[in-house]
Design a protein. Structure first.
Length: 388
């Protein structure tokens, strides 16, 4: 896919959380075993979704099996689909097929969910959570900068997952044994609102909602340079950087996945002491690739201020920030079980608000979108607000 840029078209972690801030952290459970009401014991195995079948359409012909399967309703993810195929649990016209099989129109894909040993090495940790909404199926919380979402290389403890295990005995199991409850992620140094599923049903419905773009996720980011048009669309595929495995990049390769971001300019500033000024924008994700906003803004030559991986690494121009200026400020969705519309907003955390206030250049004024968004933001209390 040819990259396309179309223009013109938590604060810090602290003690306790907002919704029931005085609620004690649950203790006494030693290990996460994917256990639910009437759950599994040690050594038992769990399946993570119902079996199903699908007939390949003309539009899907020529696409990898794991991509087609991972995009179907009720299938948690492409990773889940690939794991099922690797275990021989995906049949194409009655025969096992690998994840790289290119499907043909009319073929019938049938699958059984991959069985997995229930994890036994995730221990609850009493890490404070800043919860903005919670019921028996769903949590919406504000993740602080510096907190990794789930265990990964170099981060086997002290993650959001460990905090969730201490908070609740009920978490969705569809994302894998090391990601209980996880529906989507925020980068370690990105702050703001994110969803967590407390049941498998909620996790499946939320996963499907994200696939069909029924969850509205908005981010605020301050970028280097003055972006001229008031709105824009970036449609540029993202894959792992060919030379630096820590980075993602816009590339044209079979491994690249479509990534679409739109943005609205909120306010612009002139150079001041910097050489090209700043622009505050609101971004909306239509896909959820790793580092998507950061990669797309760097691709347009407007990297996020403070971004140590994709930015310009000039301390003065980065306004003293030690992390990227990127905050998940608003999320809107229909409740996965009740259908109730939920819309939550979160104020800028102190470090980002301070960086914004420290810009020395002259503002060119707020755009119409800026008046709308910043007007709402200025009315959001420190603990966030539920808007619907």
């Amino acid at each position: 896919m040819v990259p396309r840029v179309q223009r013109g078209g938590c604060r810090d972690q602290r003690r306790g959380h907002r919704a029931g801030a005085d609620r004690p952290v649950r203790e006494g459970r030693r290990r996460w075993r994917g256990r639910r009401s009437g759950g599994l014991g040690r050594g038992e195995r769990r399946v993570s979704a119902a079996p199903g079948s699908h007939t390949v359409t003309e539009q899907e012909a020529g696409t990898r099996l794991d991509k087609v399967l991972g995009g179907l309703p009720g299938v948690p993810s492409r990773t889940w689909a690939a794991r099922a195929a690797e275990q021989g649990l995906v049949l194409v016209d009655g025969r096992p097929a690998g994840k790289q099989h290119l499907v043909t129109a009319g073929e019938v894909i049938a699958w059984e969910p991959p069985a997995r040993e229930v994890a036994g090495d995730l221990a609850p940790e009493p890490i404070p959570l800043d919860i903005r909404y919670e019921d028996e199926h769903l949590i919406i919380l504000c993740k602080p900068a510096g907190l990794v979402v789930h265990p990964a290389r170099g981060h086997q403890t002290g993650t959001l997952v460990h905090a969730l295990l201490a908070h609740s005995e009920d978490l969705g199991t569809l994302a894998g044994e090391d990601r209980p409850g996880i529906v989507h992620r925020l980068d370690k140094d990105t702050s703001g609102l994110m969803m967590v599923a407390k049941s498998d049903e909620a996790q499946a419905v939320l996963g499907d909602a994200i696939k069909v773009r029924a969850v509205d996720r908005r981010y605020l980011t301050l970028v280097h340079g003055r972006i001229a048009p008031d709105t824009g669309l970036i449609d540029a595929p993202i894959a792992r950087h060919p030379k630096d495995r820590l980075r993602m990049a816009v590339v044209e390769s079979p491994s690249a996945r479509q990534a679409v971001t739109t943005f609205r300019v909120l306010e612009r500033w002139d150079a001041g002491r910097d050489d090209d000024g700043y622009t505050l924008i609101e971004c909306k994700l239509y896909t959820g690739r790793t580092h998507q906003i950061r990669v797309h803004m760097a691709f347009t030559s407007h990297p996020c201020v403070g971004d140590q991986l994709y930015g310009r690494r000039r301390p003065k121009a980065d306004l003293g920030l030690a992390r990227q200026f990127l905050h998940s400020w608003r999320i809107a969705l229909d409740h996965p079980i009740t259908g109730e519309h939920l819309e939550l907003a979160d104020a800028l955390p102190a470090d980002l608000a301070s960086a914004l206030a420290s810009i020395e250049g002259e503002s060119f004024g707020r755009t119409e979108a800026g008046e709308e968004v910043l007007g709402v933001l200025e009315g959001v209390p420190a603990g966030g607000a539920r808007m619907a």
